[in-house]
Structure formats: structure tokens, C-alpha cells
Design a protein around this ligand. Structure first.
Ligand SMILES: NC(=O)c1ccc[n+]([C@@H]2O[C@H](COP(=O)([O-])OP(=O)(O)OC[C@H]3O[C@@H](n4cnc5c(N)ncnc54)[C@H](OP(=O)(O)O)[C@@H]3O)[C@@H](O)[C@H]2O)c1
Length: 249
């Protein structure tokens, strides 16, 4: 296998489970050193850490709440201390607090917007000065197809992802002249603990509506992420690219 990220230093938020775990493993497999954060599930983080270390690069896990600005600064400082630099930031940490508008509380609105969107503002601010100094850097934001389509019962989540798409394009425009690229990946229905919360009927209906007739895997998302993070994608910025089995065209 070509090691597309050999020697690159990567930060991944929410890397302990689901898509984040897939991102950590794929980056390690492609030769990158990785610092990943997680919210609180230490046993999942330790399992991912052990698996990723088997690829022979430097991997560190840090409990860190991406939704707090000082925590984003701490995550970047930890990475600089452990890896001696940072080349790639992948904003993956995200949550859902689904519900119809009628029942959606201000608290669940704020939690989702903070964790999924404001967190990316914090981490990008925290790495920006290092990227500017080295005149290179890659930012990948894990969005969702519902950021473009909307979804009943997910007004908070869809708004956070639509905001992330706009943030991605703005960062790409603002930092492109400094050789800093910023793209978003919009997964469709990917099998993780997040979608495991959906009831069986919803999962069946989603799968039926996907042209490729299957849910996606974290690896499906991670393969695009590795490509976009690598020098093979050096002329791609400001894009929101779906990984959804054709669910959204
Ligand atoms: N699954 C899908 O179908 C799907 C579709 C479209 C987009 N996405 C997006 O893909 C991303 C990952 O989703 P997933 O399905 O893999 O979710 P998941 O299985 O629930 O995993 C979420 C990860 O984020 C971490 N996390 C949560 N809140 C955090 C915080 N405040 N600070 C740092 N880390 C935090 C969790 O840490 P702990 O383990 O410690 O809790 C965990 O590692 C999200 O942005 C999600 O919106 C997912």
C-alpha cells in the first residue's frame, strides 16, 4: 500500500469510536503520526490507541472537550509537544440530540451547535497560527448530507452541519493564498453507535433509499479523508464531498 500520509502529523477530534476511529486507523496505516481526542469513553479510546499503534507510527489519545475554546488550545499544545508539529486537522467530533422542534430544548440546540460547529471554529483558530507560519496545512471537517438537505427531527444537527459547510468554504477562501486547504466530507448513513440509536424501521428505510443498497462504513469515509489530506489532493479546496452511496446527488 502507498503510504499517502507518511511523516504527516495529524489531529483528529472524536477519534475513539465510529468514523473517528476509522480515521485514526486509516491515517496510521498511511504512515501518519496521530493525536486524537475523545470526550469521556476511556476504554474505547484505549482500544483504538492500541489498534492504531500496531501500524508503527506515533499515536496519542487525549481526553479533551472540543466544544471549549481553551480545550482546543490544549489539544494543539499537546500535539506540538508530542509530535513536534501539526500538518492536518480533522474535525470529526459530533453529537446528535434529535427531536421534533416542538420538543427541542434550547439546551439540546446549544449542545449540538457547540459540539458540532463552534468546536471547529475553536480548533481551526488554534492551529491556524502554526499553519500560517509553516505556509501549509490541511483542514477536513466531517459534515453530513443533512447539512444540505435538512432532516425532520434534526433541526439542530442539520443547522450545525449547514453552518460547517459555510465555515469550510469561508476558511478555504480566507487561507487558500497561504497554501492552507479546507474541505468538508458529508457522510450519508454510516453504521456507528450514533446511527445505532435509530430504530430498526428508520434504518431499513434509509438503507432502501440508498442506490448502493447498504449503509456506509467508517472505512468508506476514512478513505476519502486520507486522499483529501494527502498531497494527491493539493488542488482541491472549499469542497463539500458526499460519501453516501448515492443517497444525495
Ligand atoms: N454515523 C453517521 O451516519 C454519520 C453521518 C453523517 C455525519 N456523521 C458525522 O461524523 C462524525 C462522527 O460520527 P460517529 O457516527 O462516528 O459518532 P460516534 O460513533 O457517536 O462517535 C463520536 C466520537 O466523538 C467524540 N466526541 C463526542 N463529543 C465530543 C467532544 N465534545 N469533544 C471531543 N470528542 C467528542 C466521542 O468520544 P467518546 O467516545 O469519549 O464519547 C467519539 O469518539 C460526527 O461529526 C457526525 O456528525 C456521522
Amino acid at each position: 500500500m502507498n503510504a499517502l500520509l507518511k511523516g504527516k502529523k495529524v489531529i483528529i477530534t472524536g477519534g475513539s469510536r465510529g468514523i473517528g476511529r476509522g480515521l485514526v486507523l486509516a491515517c496510521a496505516q498511511h504512515g501518519a503520526d496521530v493525536v486524537f481526542s475523545y470526550a469521556g469513553n476511556t476504554s474505547a479510546a484505549e482500544a483504538t490507541l492500541a489498534e492504531a499503534l500496531s501500524f508503527g507510527t506515533r499515536i496519542f489519545a487525549l481526553q479533551n472537550n472540543a466544544a471549549i475554546s481553551s480545550e482546543a488550545e490544549r489539544l494543539v499544545a499537546f500535539t506540538l509537544e508530542k509530535l513536534g508539529g501539526v500538518d492536518i486537522l480533522i474535525n470529526n467530533a459530533g453529537i446528535t440530540r434529535d427531536g421534533l422542534l416542538m420538543r427541542m430544548t434550547e439546551e439540546s440546540w446549544n449542545q449540538v451547535l457547540h459540539t458540532n460547529l463552534t468546536s471547529c471554529f475553536f480548533t481551526v483558530k488554534a492551529v491556524q497560527k502554526h499553519f500560517l507560519k509553516q505556509r501549509s496545512g490541511v483542514i477536513l471537517n466531517i459534515s453530513s448530507v443533512v447539512g444540505a438537505s435538512g432532516n425532520a427531527g434534526q433541526a439542530n444537527y442539520a443547522a450545525s452541519k449547514a453552518g460547517l459547510n459555510g465555515f469550510t468554504k469561508s476558511v478555504a477562501k480566507e487561507l487558500g493564498s497561504r497554501n492552507i486547504r479546507c474541505n468538508a466530507i458529508a457522510p450519508g448513513y454510516i453504521e456507528t453507535e450514533m446511527t445505532g440509536q435509530l430504530d430498526e424501521n428508520t434504518r431499513k428505510a434509509w438503507t432502501e433509499s440508498i442506490p448502493l443498497k447498504r449503509a456506509g462504513t467508517p472505512e468508506d469515509v476514512a478513505q476519502l479523508a486520507v486522499f483529501l489530506a494527502s498531497d494527491m489532493a493539493s488542488y482541491i479546496t472549499g469542497q463539500v464531498i458526499n460519501v453516501c452511496g448515492g443517497l444525495q446527488m
